[in-house]
Design a protein around this ligand. Structure first.
Ligand SMILES: Cc1ncc(COP(=O)(O)O)c(C=O)c1O
Length: 481
């Protein structure tokens, strides 16, 4: 095997240990050089020319030196989204915990598989236990548990599949023979993964019936009554109701307790998409926002967002974990069966799966509940300062009253025609990114208008960061209005 570089694999007998060590040290040096200077790069660097990518994409005939490759990767790092920058506020993407970076490296080296217990004997046991702990934090009760999946969309999909199968007893025979169209209810600002799930489940995207929201992006119970009645009159078969705890654009929270009551009264599965807001379980001051979530049949929670775990790291939790055995499990007869521990690949849409549990477990241990409570406290303080600065300026308008660390707002000066406001906000976005403040806010379309969205996640975003942002914003207003 002459063509193979000496460091192609870590020799299990240790013969290339020195070379591997040198390579890993170079990689660590690169990580340290770039990530300890992340503040020196833009939160959203300029894109590279496409010719550069064409060149990189070529598959070489012979081995390229590791050192040369790491130099190319340096350029990749320098031009990548820079969520570590305290001015990176555009999306629910965060600087990762150090332990989750370490955890990813360790599991990559082991290369176990969450498909079955024998392929990941440690992680397949650790995951269900940690999921039980998380479910307990949500108050789901003693029969609760969950599985990890690759992202919130898959978590929502799995919850809705289980809801549908349980309601229509559809695991074996499906839904084609039903004489009534299955539908479920979500708020009009719920994440698009709800429609995707409806489409993937063969129900069609319109089966996710949108319920009107109030001025603060929270589902209106009166419209839920109305749409539920309409669905019945139209001969449809409602099977689930979904609440969102932390909407994607404004971070608002549906009236969870009232929705739980409605779901119970109408025999609907109650799912809460707490992909973002679920982190509040670790905040003694703010967890009251989740009141009612303990009544959910299932919960989506993404530690890759507000718990700062490297992507991907998402969970779907069930009040009655055994529901997966009854209404989801497809047994893999080629796997050794250990009745005490399930083969997790039989309980998730994915088969082969990355052991995301290690980085989650490491981070929970390393930061502890108190560590997360501290960060969330800080995030709220910064968000409050931010929202106050918006309301203090007559030309700015909040999209909703913030309930978490998201602030969505726009510039809408009354002396400028409203049809110019979208462009004006796009200009302000560019100004904030390129000015000395180096702030990246995103520009979502919300209620058919462009808004500026700030997600105040980064523990290194300080009160000073926010003051600089508003100085820069004031300068823009002075120059342009
Ligand atoms: C509320 C909510 N649910 C679900 C998702 C989907 O998560 P993912 O992108 O990990 O699939 C998101 C993503 O931002 C979200 O904000």
């Amino acid at each position: 095997m002459n063509a193979l570089p000496k460091t192609a694999f870590i020799d299990p007998t240790g013969h290339n240990r020195a070379e591997i060590e040198a390579l890993l040290q170079q990689a660590v040096a690169l990580v340290l050089a770039e990530m300890t200077q992340a503040v020196a790069r833009s939160p959203l660097p300029e894109a590279l020319h496409s010719e550069q990518f064409e060149q990189w994409a070529q598959i070489p005939e012979r081995s390229v030196e590791a050192a040369a490759l790491l130099e190319v990767v340096r350029s990749h790092l320098q031009h990548s989204m820079n969520a570590a920058h305290p001015g990176y506020m555009g999306h629910m993407d965060s600087i990762p915990t150090t332990m989750s970076v370490v955890g990813d490296l360790l599991v990559a080296a082991l290369n176990n598989n969450m498909l079955s217990v024998e392929m990941s004997p440690v992680f397949s046991r650790l995951e269900p236990l940690v999921m039980q702990q998380l479910a307990a934090q949500f108050g789901l009760g003693v029969a609760a548990g969950g599985v990890m999946v690759s992202g919130g969309s898959l978590a929502n999909l799995q919850a809705l599949i289980v809801a549908r199968n349980a309601h229509f007893d559809a695991l074996k025979t499906g839904i084609v023979g039903l004489d009534r169209q299955p539908v479920f209810f979500v708020s009009e600002v719920a994440h698009t993964s709800m429609q995707k799930a409806a489409m993937v489940m063969g129900l069609g995207a319109e089966s996710a019936i949108a319920i009107r929201t109030n001025a603060n992006s929270q589902l209106e119970i009166s419209d839920l009554h109305e749409k539920f009645g309409q669905a019945h009159r139209a001969g449809q078969a409602p099977f689930a109701l979904v609440a969102t705890a932390g909407t994607t654009v404004t971070g608002n929270i549906d009236p969870i307790a009232a929705m739980a009551e409605f779901a119970q009264a109408h025999s609907l599965w109650f799912h809460v998409d707490a992909a973002y807001g679920g982190a509040l379980i670790f905040s003694p001051e703010h967890r009251h926002h989740l009141a009612g979530i303990e009544q959910a049949d299932s919960i989506t929670f993404n530690p890759q967002k507000w718990l700062y775990i490297t992507k991907t790291c998402a969970t779907v939790l069930f009040k009655d974990f055994d529901v997966l055995n009854r209404h989801f499990r497809i047994a893999a007869p080629y796997m050794a069966d250990d009745s005490q521990w399930p083969n997790l690949g039989e309980l998730t849409v994915q088969g082969t799966r990355h052991p995301d549990i290690l980085k989650l477990w490491l981070s929970l241990q390393h930061l502890g509940k108190a560590g997360y409570a501290d960060i969330i406290r800080h995030n709220y303080a910064i968000a409050t300062q931010f929202a106050k600065a918006v309301t203090a300026r007559p030309d700015l308008k909040l999209a909703s009253a913030p309930q978490m660390n998201l602030v969505c707002f726009r510039l809408q000066p009354q002396h400028i025609p409203p049809e110019q406001w979208d462009d004006l906000n796009a200009q302000l976005q560019r100004h904030l990114l390129t000015a000395a403040s180096s702030i990246f806010l995103s520009l979502p379309l919300y209620r058919r208008q462009r808004w500026l969205k700030a997600v105040l996640l980064n523990p290194y975003s300080s009160s000073e960061t926010i003051s600089q942002l508003f100085e820069s914003l004031d300068l823009f207003i002075q120059k342009n209005l």
